[in-house]
Design a protein. Structure first.
Length: 257
């Protein structure tokens, strides 16, 4: 079985694949100070709860945007999974040309979602990944990564608002507001964050299309379903796109060469 791990600044998404079937997936909070034994205990418990063991894993690939966690992840792989994990780097993969000025700057998660989306649709795409940052990845009809845009994520924007405006109450959950004209502070914050973010996503996607031409817009990430629910640009939500991309990349690249 193939073990895929997407290590983001806020969450770690885990996936266990048997062929092309995602047998199990989990989401953890990212703790940069986690030790290899903490990772082993938590992830091992998740495996056991679904009836799996580390001994069943014969492949292990990671997309990480949190460099300080790499040593612990490497040791976790060696001690518990008994495998040295492959760390995906956008500039080293060979499945999609990258037209970034400096491809080493591109996050591994961005190339993973781009490859997965293109393999599904084989057309021009804008892939919107809503994590700590929201990224817009632009892919040509030929399957080339042309570049994109990065905006602060919805939760990050909310945290900045609460930190800098001490009188505003903090929202723990986001809900789709019933109306745009709110009549109390919490509802007003919710309107500004949710509908404001929808406008950001729709506006950037529309502007990108003026340069890229007609393109299918797909979204992934933790809050993608909420934003897509009334977005005028997002056509489809694909929640496991990063894990799917990691699976494709692992299976099709010659890692031992």
């Amino acid at each position: 079985m193939l073990f895929t791990m997407d290590v983001g600044n806020t969450n770690i998404n885990l996936g266990l694949w048997e062929g092309d079937e995602l047998r199990a997936d989990w989401r953890l909070s990212t703790r940069r100070e986690s030790t290899l034994d903490e990772l082993g205990l938590v992830i091992g418990g998740l495996f056991a709860a679904e009836g799996f063991t580390f001994e069943q894993v014969d492949g292990f690939i990671i997309a990480s945007v949190v460099p300080p966690m790499r040593p612990a992840l490497e040791r976790f792989g060696a001690k518990y999974v008994k495998l040295r994990p492959i760390f995906l780097e956008a500039h080293r993969q060979t499945l999609m040309p990258v037209f970034y000025d400096n491809p080493t700057e591109m996050g591994a998660d961005r190339i993973a979602v781009s490859i997965a989306a293109y393999r599904r649709f084989h057309t021009s795409l804008i892939v919107v990944d809503m994590g700590t940052a929201t990224t817009f990845d632009c892919i040509s009809a030929k399957g080339e990564h042309l570049g994109g845009a990065i905006a602060a994520g919805l939760r990050l924007s909310a945290e900045a608002l609460f930190q800098k405006a001490s009188r505003l109450p903090k929202l723990e959950l986001f809900d789709l507001p019933p109306r745009a004209i709110a009549r109390n502070t919490i509802a007003s914050i919710n309107v500004g964050l949710i509908y404001g973010y929808m406008s950001l996503v729709d506006g950037l996607a529309a502007r990108i299309k003026k340069e890229l031409g007609p393109a299918k817009v797909v979204a992934t990430g933790g809050l993608a379903s909420l934003i897509a629910s009334e977005s005028e640009q997002i056509e489809e939500v694909l929640p496991d796109l990063t894990l799917e991309g990691l699976k494709i990349i692992y299976n099709e690249m010659a890692w031992g060469a």
